[in-house]
Design a protein around this ligand. Structure first.
Ligand code: F6R
Length: 596
């Protein structure tokens, strides 16, 4: 999590460049932000010449450069924070400084051994201003400088002391360089005509240059007049090879929409239509790999996990194939039986989720084939995959994933039918779902009474059977993350095994009831809930007596999970707005989860 942006070069307004970069990276963390600049014309003759630091709590939003930073500067580093160690305060915001306030550091990751290192530094007399793990870095560098007298060596020695997955960027009042090092957390260098950019995600750099260098783990880069790339394991210099990005990251404005979430919900039908019409060669490659693999595993986190779960039902029903699905963070503990004949298919919107990257790297070392369905070209997962499928859903800016979810499920539907050699059928069903989504969105006002009812609830239970079980999990996730209402999705069959005990008079329960093989059984579950006082919100093609509220979703055959999730997304959005919350940036969450 956390966004890092750095600039060094001929532009005179480094702070402005960094601020604009941070705004593009704000999706990575938005509880506070800060910038450090090295002002121009420093003679370093007096003790007063210092880095200028500006830190703020809250979202960057429309922030502008204040007086403090509006001096000529060719070097700046900045950070947008998602708190891990220490609350959301000015002091905990990055950049952090050493005792002499000469070294500024921004950091992404978690320093696993920070307590021991901090204790040691305190014993040596260092004073700390924040509760963060990150603040030990400038102090460690300061300490190293005493013996090395060289910032490059000091950063290198410091980095080698840190345990965990970390990316750090350093600037010192005494050097005209930005120094950065990483392991785990991403860092990308951009090379302009007369300058360098550094960011945790290429999307922040692409407005300036397409020449990119994706840093590998245990590399350190020194950006300045004599740029250098070092391998921190053997200390050797490596060639700085920049590749040309072939993609663009088009950030959109909200336009007439009050929030990105509702805009992105509305884009889904267009994306699905485009997926239905474009069967690319990578899809064929993936289908062949699935057919040849000895064991196929989907992995993903959160919404991506739910998309994969839908996939397991589609593969079983349509292609008569067993696919294993694992929550990515748990896959670490299930890797023993993975071998070079295994195929791992990673699902990820950002392509940067550490919980996905970690097991993928292990599987890759074991020789497994890695395939991925990701939305961000150039992302870590995309680059490390043998078979790369882009979702082409466009940049998803709202934290809650909507269009990337339906894009993933649409691609999985196509793949299931491709294995069965009937991709034409998948396309037809996707077009059906797209039409139904358009209707649901056009008539979204009809969902308001349900949203009003749910917005007063503390709990909501959501059930489905078969593929709709996965939909119920995703619907629950959407509701809880943007409305902060406790929402629980479960398989209809599981009700009697415990959760029914929580149903009492007035408890809302959303029931996904498509007219498939689950229909009768899920209606029986609805009746069981109703007879305990529950209020039933039925979602499906047909109104039934047991429903207190009815949300119609016409039958879209195997594309049902795609159409069915849309009213749940809209409900989550409407409830959040009704409760006065910002659905685009829910509390405690970030768009890209790059720490474990
Ligand atoms: C939920 C949501 C998260 C992500 C999860 C994985 O709306 O956005 O649950 O789905 O953090 O992220 P990606 O897909 O980027 O790997």
């Amino acid at each position: 999590m956390c966004g890092i942006f750095g600039y060094i070069g001929s532009k005179k307004n480094a702070a402005q460049t960094v601020l604009s970069g941070l705004k593009l990276l704000e999706y990575r963390g938005y509880d506070s932000w800060g910038i450090a600049i090295k002002p121009q014309n420093l003679k370093l003759k007096t003790q007063n010449e210092k880095l200028i630091i500006d830190k703020h709590i809250g979202k960057i939003g429309k922030a502008v450069i204040g007086n403090k930073l509006s001096v000529i500067s060719h070097l700046a580093i900045g950070h947008t924070r998602w708190a891990t160690h220490g609350g959301v305060t000015d002091k905990n915001a990055h950049p952090h400084l050493d005792c002499k306030k000469e070294i500024a550091v921004v950091h992404n990751g978690i320093i696993e051994n920070f307590e021991d290192l901090k204790k040691d530094l305190k014993n040596k007399g260092h004073k700390f201003a924040s509760e963060t793990d990150s603040e030990i870095i400038p102090h460690l560098i300061e300490e190293e400088m005493k013996t090395t007298k060289n910032i490059e060596k000091a950063v290198k020695n410091t980095f080698n002391k840190l345990k965990g997955m970390n990316a750090l960027v350093v600037s010192s009042i005494k050097s005209n360089e930005i120094i950065a090092a990483k392991t785990g957390s991403p860092l990308v260098v951009g090379k302009g005509e007369e300058d360098f950019y550094l960011a945790s995600d290429a999307s922040g750099i692409l407005p300036h240059t397409k020449n990119l260098l994706f840093m590998s783990d245990n590399q350190m880069v020194i950006l300045g007049k004599k740029p250098k790339l070092l391998n921190l394991l053997d200390g050797k210099t490596e060639k700085m090879t920049f590749e040309k990005a072939t993609w663009e990251t088009k950030f959109e404005e909200k336009g007439d929409f009050p929030h990105f979430m509702i805009k992105e919900i509305g884009q889904q039908s267009t994306i699905i239509r485009s997926i239905a019409k474009n069967i690319d060669s990578q899809l064929e490659k993936l289908t062949a790999a699935i057919e040849n693999a000895h064991g196929t595993f989907f992995i993903g986190a959160g919404t991506a996990y739910h998309a994969g779960l839908v996939g397991t039902y589609l593969f079983s029903k349509i292609s008569k194939r067993h696919v294993n699905m694992a929550v990515a963070s748990e896959f670490n503990y299930l890797l023993d039986f993975i071998n070079k004949e295994s195929l791992i298919i990673a699902l990820s919107q950002s392509g940067e989720t550490i919980d996905v990257i970690e097991p993928l790297s292990i599987a890759q070392k074991k020789g497994s084939t890695i395939a991925s369905l990701v939305n961000s070209p150039g992302s870590t997962i995309f680059r490390m995959s043998d078979i790369k499928l882009l979702l082409n859903a466009g940049v998803e800016q709202a934290v809650a994933s909507t269009k990337a979810y339906t894009a993933k499920v649409s691609k999985l539907l196509i793949i299931s039918y491709m294995i069965y050699k009937r991709e034409d059928e998948a396309s037809k069903q996707l077009l059906l779902a797209a039409e139904e989504i358009d209707r649901i969105i056009k008539e979204k006002e009809k969902l308001k009474p349900v949203a009003d009812f749910l917005s007063k609830s503390e709990n909501v239970y959501i059930i489905g059977r078969g593929v709709s079980f996965a939909t119920s999990l995703e619907a629950a996730l959407k509701i809880k993350e943007v409305t902060y209402i406790h929402a629980e999705g479960l398989a209809g069959g599981e009700l009697k095994h415990g959760t029914l005990a929580l149903i009492s008079k007035g408890t809302p329960c959303i029931v996904f009831a498509p007219q498939d093989e689950t229909y009768q059984a899920i209606l029986s579950n609805a009746i069981e809930i109703k007879s305990r006082g529950g209020v039933i919100i039925g979602v499906g093609p047909k109104k039934e007596d047991v429903f207190d509220y009815f949300i119609q979703v016409k039958d879209c055959l195997d594309a049902n999970p795609i159409a069915q999730i849309v009213p749940a997304q809209i409900l989550a959005y409407l409830i959040a707005v009704k409760r006065g919350l910002d659905p685009d940036k829910p509390r405690n969450l970030a768009k890209s989860v790059t720490v474990k």
